[in-house]
Ligand binder design. Structure first.
Ligand SMILES: C[S@@+](CC[C@H](N)C(=O)[O-])C[C@H]1O[C@@H](n2cnc3c(N)ncnc32)[C@H](O)[C@@H]1O
Length: 231
């Protein structure tokens, strides 16, 4: 697929992933968040989940802990080595690979991508090639969960990470009818679970992120249309 990739990216992530839990994920925050996402997306135990750009596999593992059959793929060999070592003995599977070039089609109930670098681009709002590709891996009626770390405070800028906005998210996913888009600080899922997620709650959490520079996640839940029956 003709989506531009950054050739320096692999080496950069390989260096990061020499450290265990490079991003410093905290289980108390992410476990209820992922459980709430899965519930909101209607994933049942046994669902086949493909984690695209899985890094060191923490999110893949959280889906596995919910009873899903979870597979992680990442471009970084160091990330995959780290994931295999951390979760050895589990039924999780991890592979080195390019998330745009996987040799499978409509095999998964869910394609999940959290902060995948393929979305860290200036033209994210308008360029849908990555999402279209990820949807290829999902069976009709399945879901693609887009999850991207950001801050909505315009003062928080980074030289390496694009902090996409809610309006970028909405523009990107406007092409997929029925998609639910929202922003979450994650922490609210601790008390409220899946009820904390969705466009209504997003208004409050987005205002908090803008005012106080709090980081959170842009989320889109895209359901892949079933093919129309021909009579
Ligand atoms: C910001 S990290 C996020 C990792 C993980 N999803 C997480 O949330 O911790 C971005 C990841 O995307 C991976 N990546 C970038 N381009 C990729 C590609 N074409 N195929 C698979 N993984 C890719 C990088 O190697 C890196 O692990």
């Amino acid at each position: 697929m003709d989506a531009p990739r950054d050739p320096t990216l692999g080496a950069a992530y390989d260096a990061h992933y020499a450290a265990e839990n490079f991003f410093g994920y905290r289980d108390w925050l992410y476990r209820p968040f992922v459980r709430s996402l899965a519930r909101r997306a209607g994933l049942e135990p046994g669902a086949r989940v493909l984690d695209l750009g899985c890094g060191q596999g923490q999110f893949t593992a959280l889906f596995h802990d919910l009873g899903c059959e979870a597979h992680g793929v990442d471009l970084s060999p160091a990330g995959i080595r780290s994931a295999r070592s951390t979760y050895r003995g589990s039924r999780l599977s991890f592979a080195v690979g390019d998330a745009l070039e996987l040799a499978c089609r409509e095999e998964f109930d869910c394609a999940f991508a959290r902060s995948c670098s393929l979305y860290n681009r200036d033209d994210f709002a308008a360029d849908r090639r990555v999402t279209d590709r990820f949807l290829d891996y999902v069976r009709p009626g399945g879901v693609c969960i887009f999850d991207y770390h950001t801050s909505l405070d315009p003062r928080r800028r980074s030289s390496t990470w694009r902090h996409h906005t809610l309006s970028d998210l909405e523009r990107h996913f406007a092409a997929y009818p029925g998609t639910e888009t929202f922003f979450t600080l994650r922490v609210e899922t601790l008390a409220l679970g899946a009820r904390a997620l969705g466009p209504r709650a997003s208004r409050t959490t987005a205002a908090l992120s803008r005012a106080f520079g709090l980081g959170g996640e842009l989320v889109a839940i895209v359901r892949k249309q079933r093919a129309a029956r021909v009579a």
